[in-house]
Design a protein around this ligand. Sequence first.
Ligand code: S3P
Length: 445
Amino acid sequence: MSRISIKYQGPLCGEITPSPDKSISHRAIMLSSIAKGKSIVRNFLRAEDPLSTLGAFRQMGIDIKDRIQESGVRSQESELVIHGRGLTGLTEPGNVIDCGNSGTTMRLLCGVLAGQTFSTTLTGDASLRTRPMQRIIRPLTEMGAVIESEKGGYPPLRIRGSKLKPITYKSPLASAQVKSAIMLAGLYCHGITTVIEPGKSRDHTERMLKAMGADIDIKNLEVSIKGRATLNPLDMTVPGDISSAAFFIVAGLLVPHSEILIKNTGINPTRTGLIDILEMMGADIRLENQRVVSGEAVADLNVKHSRLKGIDIGGDLVLRAIDEFPVVCIAAAKAEGTTKITGARELRVKESDRIATMAAELRKMNVNVKELTDGLIIEGREKLQPAVIQSHGDHRVAMSMAIAGLTAEGETTIEDAGCIDTSFPGFIKMLESVVEFGLEKRTIK
Ligand code: S3P
C-alpha cells in the first residue's frame, strides 16, 4: 500500500500528455476480440482497469500481443495487436474472470457473454462487489440472457450464454455502460436492438462500432444496431483521457502563476462537461490544434492560472463530467463563493460513494461542505489546511486530493494511493514533471 506526500513547490509549467483514454481502451480490446482479423491499437492504456479487460479476453482464447511491453519500452506507448476471432470465436474460460476494480469491464463484458454458448462467472475486488449490476441484468434478461447474482443484483455474476432476441429498451439511466452492454448483446441477435436514453452518455462504443462497419443508426438519444454482422478489425490510436487531464487542468488553474499545455486530449463532446463547468467558473482554458484522431475529437489544452468563482452545476453538465466531480470539488473548494452540485446521485455508486468520500476528505482540509442526497454544497476558501487524507481505495479521490494538497500550505499526505494505478499509473511522475521545483517526496510503505 503506498502513500504520497505533497507540498506546494511553486507554479506548474511545461507540457504534458495525459494517459490514454480508459473508456476507449476497454472498448478497443472488446470489439477487436469479437471482430474478424488482426486489429492494431496504438496508445492503449496499460493501467489496471483496461488490463482486466485484456486479461479477460486472453482467458477466452484471444491472442493479444503487446508489442511495446515485449520490447521493453515505456508503458504509455503500448501498442496492441489483437487477433479477433469473430462474434462466436471466444472460448469458455477455464476460471472465474476477475474484473478487479473495473465496472466497465464487468458491465460491458456481460453484454458479450450473454450471447455466447458457454457460461462464465465474473467477480471483482471489494469495491466492485458492492456496485449495482441490476441496471444491466434487467435489460439483458429481457433479451433472453440468464444471469445469476448475489441478492440485490451484486457481483459475482454467473452468465449463462443464451440465444438472444432484440429489444427496444427505454433506459431509466443515462449510462454508457448500460447502453454499451445492450448494444454488444445486440450484436448477437437477429434483428435490430434499440436503446433510448434519458440523456446523452458517452458515445465511444457507437463511434468504434461504426468504424468497424456495424450497421448502427443514431438519432440523438436513440441508438439502434443490427445484429449478426461481421465486425472489421480496428486500426486506431487511442487519444489522451480528458478524465486524467482533468487533474492537471484544475491544478494549472488553481496554483498561482501556472501555465501548462496538456497535449493530445480527447474532447469528445459527451466528455467535455468539465471544461464547460470550469469556464463558467471563470477559467482560462484554450483549445488549440483541434483535430480528429481515429474518429475522436482531440485538442491541446492551454491552461492558465485563473480566479474561479462558485456556480450552480446540474442537468446535462453532470452527465458530461460524471467522472470529474471529485476534482470539480477541489476547484469549488478554492473558488470564491459557493458551488452547488445537484442531480449527481450516480456519484454515490462509483468506485466509492464520491459524495460522502469527497465531503469527508475536504472537511479535513477545513472546507465547509454540505452533503445532499444527489450532490454537494461547497463553500470556497482562500486557504486549504494540509491534512492526512484517505483515498477510500478510489483512484479519482486520491488524485483529486493530491491536487488539493498542491494548493494547501504545508504537507498533505494521501494514504492508500496505490489505487491511482487503476487509471493513471504515471500520475505522480507527470505531476513532478510540471511542478517547477519538484514535489517534496514519494514514500512507499
Ligand atoms: C464509463 C461510463 C461511465 C463512467 C465510467 C466509465 C464507460 O459510467 O462513470 O467511469 O467507459 O462506459 P456509467 O455508464 O455508469 O455512467
